[in-house]
Design a protein around this ligand. Structure first.
Ligand SMILES: [Zn+2]
Ligand SMILES: [Zn+2]
Length: 361
């Protein structure tokens, strides 16, 4: 994947929405502008990658003379731009880096955190894709390879997430000499959350010069030429299970989806893996503890994506008066689940998946 340095992660002297230098540090390195009220979040940056398997071989690219892991091997991938969906980013990277038009089939691997030196981290979303075209190295790619498992340069892979992805594909293959072309059995969907649009950057965070839009989610400074990235923010949620019932909360007034039932969910902190975000948000919002045991699905709108997990509740009570996110918390079995129109965001998809898997009865 092409990972250029981001000028907007970490300390910057100017607000890139209004150009003001009145930035104050908040918790975990997030910055807030006192002039316009915008917060610069330091969530992990989402990466979309395309896993193209044909005749049991996977399309790998060898990275060229790039800053991170030059000469090493991975699959086509890169940052997901604000306003772009994760599958669209994966398909775009397949085109930009390997010259192929690819059709996304489903999720190829569970979302994984790739640690980065600035502590912010990337969350890698891998999509299985298909193409009938020949691949050619493009952009900052040196060579391409349709590699069978015994041809993969296992000691020369670019990222820990690349190796985990390829080993997962092999584990799902009935034939160890071929990569499987099967997607994970999880729900994926674009959902409309009713959130408000984020203010777009207009000023350089380094020098306060004017920004020029480049491609999706990328701007450059007309004065100092620094690059700026705006990406969807990662969120994660956890559906706690107990006696084949699932815990949902009724959203309070003043938030999108007020009055509707939803899974506890929230934003990833810097360097936080999605399954940890999911467990933390569940505990904070409901008082119930569970670990994210299974991926239920991946959902997205143009400004966020959400990884939802399920796991058995270990302990905790659900007294709603201590939980300001929800006005009520309830355990639902199959017969008592709220109707679809009373479910928020990804909850129609996730509850349907839980029932189909027999986890809610
Ligand atoms: Zn500002
Ligand atoms: Zn600048």
């Amino acid at each position: 994947m092409t990972i250029p340095p981001s000028s907007t992660s970490g300390d910057t002297p100017y607000c890139n929405v209004c150009g003001s230098p009145r930035l104050v540090e908040r918790y975990l390195g997030h910055q807030r502008c006192e002039a316009c009220g915008t917060t610069r979040w330091r969530n992990p940056i989402p990466v979309g990658e395309a896993v193209i398997v044909r005749d049991g071989r996977v399309l790998l690219i060898q990275r060229g003379d790039v800053e991170r892991s030059p000469g090493r091997w991975t699959v086509p991938g890169g940052f997901i731009g604000l306003g772009e969906t994760p599958p669209a980013a994966a398909a775009r990277e397949a085109s930009e880096e390997a010259g192929v038009i690819a059709r996304v089939l489903g999720l190829a691997a569970i979302p994984r955190l790739l640690p980065t030196p600035d502590g912010r981290g990337h969350i890698v979303l891998s999509f299985l894709a298909a193409t009938e075209e020949e691949a050619h190295p493009r952009d900052e790619v040196a060579t391409v390879c349709w590699c069978a498992p015994d041809e993969v340069p296992w000691d020369d892979l670019a990222f820990s997430t690349t190796e985990a992805l390829l080993r997962g594909l092999l584990a799902r293959s009935p034939d160890p000499r071929r990569f499987a072309a099967t997607a994970l059995d999880v729900a994926t969907a674009e959902v409309v959350s009713g959130r408000t649009a984020r203010p777009l950057p207009r000023f350089c965070a380094q020098c306060s010069g004017g920004l020029v839009a480049d491609t999706t989610g990328i701007w450059h400074c007309s004065r100092c030429a620094a690059w700026h990235y705006e990406n969807p923010r990662p969120t994660a949620g956890l559906l706690a299970l107990r006696d084949h019932r699932v815990l949902l909360g009724r959203r309070r007034e003043g938030v999108p989806g007020a009055g509707l039932w939803a899974a506890p969910s929230g934003h990833a902190e810097p360097g936080e893996a999605p399954e940890r975000t999911a467990a933390r948000e569940l505990a904070e919002e409901t008082g119930v503890r569970a670990t994210a045991e299974r991926l239920v699905g991946l959902f997205w709108d143009r400004e966020h994506f959400e990884a939802v997990y399920a796991g058995a509740a270990i302990e905790g009570d659900t007294r709603a008066e201590h939980r300001p996110e929800f006005t009520a918390l309830e355990w639902f079995d199959r017969a008592s689940l709220p109707p679809v129109e009373a479910l928020h965001h990804s909850a129609p998809h996730t509850t349907d998946w839980l029932v189909r898997q027999g986890l809610v009865r």
